[in-house]
Design a protein around this ligand. Sequence first.
Ligand code: ATP
Length: 226
Amino acid sequence: MKKQFAVIGLGRFGAEVALTLAANNCDVIAVDKDEARVRELADRVALSVELDATDEKALREAGVQNVDVAVVSIGENIEASILVLMLLKDMGIKNIIAKAQSRMHGRILYQLGVRQVVYPERDMARKVARGLIMPEFMEHIELSPEYSIVELPAPDAFAGKSILDAKLRTDYGVTVIAIKKQGLDKGGKELWNINPLPSDKIQSGDTMVVLGANGDIERLRKISPE
Ligand code: ATP
């Protein structure tokens, strides 16, 4: 069965989330009180409904209580954002992601049990800045302000060594969660070793995906090739 999502608030952020989910074969209920925004998504998501999301009855009539994940993308009207969130929690939806427009807003959302708070502009700005400072970090996922998952080229010093012998955990405090080998397989696909064993070898030209504290990752980056 397709995964079911509700996206509440169809500004730039909410609309983009809804469209990306729908393009990836997910069932999306898109909700906004603005008729024009609802109309824009009408043919592109499973259900696009004009309603005031602070109205529990209207949300239930749209079937929002049945979704696996809800995304609350109401920024400016903090009161509406909080009210909607409480209604969704009351409906028993456990996995809720919400957009915040300020730190205080974000803190309130976390206190009320949101699983993930996003600050679209801040998050994107940080990603762009990090890309400028550390272009060798091909991909960077911030798990918390202190911990991240990053892709980086395997340092030459590790070439031919196993993950254990490279002492990635003991000396650098990071865990290797995947290794991408250089080149492609016969079918043209990338060669990934996901969840590698401690005995798996690192070769020059490999890309490592590591999880760890930002400071530890930074130390590793210093010995990675540019
Ligand atoms: P973005 O920055 O993502 O473009 P925005 O600038 O349009 O968003 P927001 O305040 O975040 O501003 O509003 C997002 C959307 O949420 C708007 O389309 C608005 O109509 C909708 N919205 C606000 N309150 C409610 C509500 N109570 N019920 C349904 N939709 C709402």
